[in-house]
Ligand binder design. Structure first.
Ligand code: AP5
Length: 209
């Protein structure tokens, strides 16, 4: 199954994607995670995108589209994928339609108050990228990832100013994709407010899986 997860920053797209990957045996492709690995590695791509990401703005369409196009040409995604964080602009969606056929777009419906609570308390493993939360999903040992033993840190774009900027950018550049995909009859709205196990139940019911 070929899916897009669409929704504001902190809606829980990445967290649900980890569960859906297991359920449907498909690959998660997170553009944010790919950019973060490039930053950690200090690669030319990482050097190019670090300041943009830290400020909460979007990386340019050309760079992002090329990255996803290359990823979607690989063998392991031919039977299915979750695009987590892509597309984020109308030009990205138009480009995607030329190189892959998406079956459903899952729209994470969530109020801003919960987004702020989720982003404000998010902690991430530096090594494997697993998402924790200071209230909703604490690691067994503070500061240490349950899955790989890596160090847990706060993402640079989870600072208050960057969160506000990301929400503004979402409203201006990404929210128009909701109507874009609704008109194409691909959109499925899900209530992303409950805890993740319940969101998974809602997702399964909406998709019929
Ligand atoms: P990206 O990494 O994609 O960030 P985002 O869309 O802002 O999404 P987040 O990762 O912040 O949130 P999420 O919805 O995945 O929530 P999560 O599951 O972590 O992008 C980062 C940057 O990269 C962008 O700002 C941009 O610069 C660049 N970029 C990426 N893609 C791009 C593109 N296509 N074009 C241009 N630039 C691009 O959950 C958040 C927290 O809540 C966690 O702590 C989690 O434990 C907790 N939580 C999750 N679900 C629940 C739940 N149901 N109940 C309680 N807590 C929950």
């Amino acid at each position: 199954m070929k899916l897009i997860f669409l929704g504001p920053p902190g809606a829980g797209k990445g967290t649900l994607a980890v569960k859906v990957v297991e359920l449907l045996n498909i690959q998660q492709i997170s553009t944010g995670a790919i950019f973060r690995s490039a930053v950690s590695a200090g690669s030319p791509l990482g050097l190019k995108v670090k300041a943009i990401m830290d400020s909460g703005k979007l990386v340019d369409d050309e760079t992002t589209i090329e990255l996803v196009k290359e990823r979607l040409a690989q063998d392991d995604v031919q039977k299915g994928y979750i695009l987590d964080g892509f597309p984020r602009t109308i030009p990205q969606a138009e480009a995607l339609a030329k190189f892959s056929t998406v079956e459903k777009v899952i729209n994470f419906d969530i109020p801003d108050s919960l987004v702020l609570q989720r982003l404000g308390g998010r902690r991430v493993c530096r090594k494997c990228g697993y998402n924790f939360h200071v209230i909703f999903n604490k690691p067994a040992e503070e500061g240490v990832c349950d899955h790989c033993g890596g160090e847990i840190y706060i993402r640079d774009d989870d600072r208050q100013e960057a969160i506000q900027k990301r929400l503004e950018v979402y409203r201006a550049q990404t929210a128009p994709l909701v109507n874009y995909y609704r008109e194409k009859k691909l959109l499925l709205d899900i209530d992303a407010s409950p805890l993740v196990d319940e969101v998974l139940v809602i997702f399964k019911k909406a998709l019929g899986v």
